[in-house]
Design a protein around this ligand. Structure first.
Ligand code: MLT
Ligand code: ZN
Length: 462
């Protein structure tokens, strides 16, 4: 059966469209953190939506499962196959084009495998902004960003990926292509079917292309790094910044002193300001003048009233990039420190300081000696509360400790990374049975044989 399937795929895709050698499949078989190793039957690399449909039809006929994969930069193991050797990885990487940019209608259409950075650059060339930015943007793909409803650093101003999707096309479990590639700002005609494929990690259909919303590109941008005495002070600073800079704030990132220790220790990166226990990276953008003056005034007030201890506003684009490099290398520094349990949690924004206190207390009591690397998107309530494991620490127990605290604040155990295979059990455990039952009904309706990315988001078996 698998030989027949491989022959059919080879005929449909040609020599550059199918990978079958173990060594050549290695990069597609495991996630970049190397936590979820798998073994695919083969890797299909279609070059068009029609070819995706052919792959899906061939797999349906053979009863084979399909694991869609974009840039393979996810943090929850959502895009890698299981170890059975029977799943077909469907890589969208060859579908990598920007299809069209409309600077007046403020839209960008792209293939699913188009790298996020390539799409950002195409928007910039047209004088517009594709307002989604994340550390993995040099390899993450548009389809992956949509399928995981990715977040990133601009969510507080522009929303998550979902807020930017105007239209998309998807291939269903039986190979049907649904073209929902509309470019409309207003469209209330019936069910909003594209939502079925956003954030559902390829379990209900495979996104093959999309139309994204652009925004005018702010002419002026300011980037500032501040040290603050506590998370509560960071929150006070957010309120002050909102007063003074209004809706121009596009990023408000919190980083702990420990995050910066990791940068220093492993990457020789140091902040250009006096160290504090916590740091904030703030970015704002506007097209009208006066932004820098307003930011300077806000910084002066914060330093005066003790909300901030020190701060710097970048003078040049290169300096701004250096400040961002600090933020973007935290994950790298953490990986070099040792094995960590990541927690991608969110709580109501105003509860972040209390959440951090409670989680620290839970770790100190339940996993003494474990080091906490807390940082993230304070502006939208999403904290990466990552715990570095020492000898004798039990990762699963630490997960429970942290997620129990999240539950006390009515938060979410996955704010932006999705569920993948990593958090399936947690999701079942943390969400109401009615919610899970509804999700299963949806899954059954769209993928009756449970062949689309099985074991991701929901368990493989019912
Ligand atoms: C980030 O915001 O840098 C990533 O989402 C976080 C992580 O590595 O946990
Ligand atoms: Zn993040």
């Amino acid at each position: 059966m698998s030989a027949d399937l491989i022959a059919r795929l080879a005929a449909a895709l040609g020599p550059s469209g199918l990978v079958v050698e173990e060594a050549d499949m290695a990069a597609f078989a495991i996630d970049w953190r190397r936590l979820f190793p798998g073994r695919p039957l083969c890797v299909a690399r279609p070059a068009s939506t029609a070819e995706v449909a052919q792959v899906v039809q061939a797999c349906a006929a053979a009863g084979a499962s399909i694991v869609p994969q974009g840039g393979n930069t996810g943090l929850a193991g959502g895009a890698v196959p299981d170890a059975s050797g029977g799943q077909v990885v469907l890589s969208l990487q060859r579908m990598n084009k920007v299809r069209a940019v409309d600077p007046v209608g403020l839209t960008l259409a792209a293939d699913a495998g188009c790298i996020l950075k390539v799409a950002q650059d195409a928007a910039a060339e047209a004088g517009r902004l594709l307002p989604i930015s994340l550390a993995a943007e040099g390899s993450a793909t548009i389809g992956g960003v949509i399928s995981t409803n990715a977040g990133g650093v601009n969510v507080l101003r522009y929303g998550m990926a979902r807020a930017l999707v105007l239209g998309l096309e998807a291939v269903l479990a039986d190979g049907t292509v649904v073209d929902l590639n509309r470019r409309l700002r207003k469209d209330n005609a019936g069910y909003d079917l594209k939502q079925l494929f956003i954030g559902t990690e390829g379990t209900l259909g495979i996104v093959t292309g999309a139309v994204l919303r652009l925004v005018p590109r702010p002419r002026h941008t300011i980037t500032a790094l501040l040290s603050v005495p506590s998370p509560q002070a960071a929150l006070d600073l957010l309120a002050l910044a909102q007063e003074e800079l209004g809706d121009t704030i596009s990023a408000f990132e919190l980083m702990s002193g420990f995050s910066f220790d990791l940068l220093r220790r492993h990457l020789a990166l140091t902040p250009p300001i006096a160290s504090g226990d916590w740091f904030v990276l703030l970015e704002a953008g506007a097209s009208l003048s006066g932004l820098r003056e307003a930011a300077e005034a806000a910084l002066a007030t914060a330093l005066e009233n003790g909300t901030a201890l020190d701060g710097v506003i970048a003078e040049t684009g290169a300096q701004a990039a250096q400040l961002w490099a600090l933020r973007e290398h935290i994950t790298d520094g953490e990986a070099r420190e040792g094995k960590s349990m990541k927690h991608d949690v969110s709580v109501p924004i105003a509860d972040v300081p209390a959440f951090l206190d409670a989680a620290d207390a839970a770790i100190a009591a339940g996993a003494p000696g474990a080091l906490v690397n807390a940082f993230g998107h304070l502006g939208d309530g999403n904290i990466h509360y990552n715990v570095i494991l020492g000898p004798g620490h039990d990762g699963a127990a630490i997960n429970t400790l942290v997620h129990d605290v999240v539950a006390r604040f009515a938060g979410s155990i996955s704010a932006e990374h999705g569920i993948g295979q990593y958090r399936v059990d947690e999701l079942i455990h943390r969400r109401a049975p009615q919610e899970i039952a509804l999700a299963r009904r949806l899954k059954r309706a769209l993928d009756p044989d449970l062949r689309l990315n099985p074991g991701k988001v929901l368990p493989a078996q019912e």
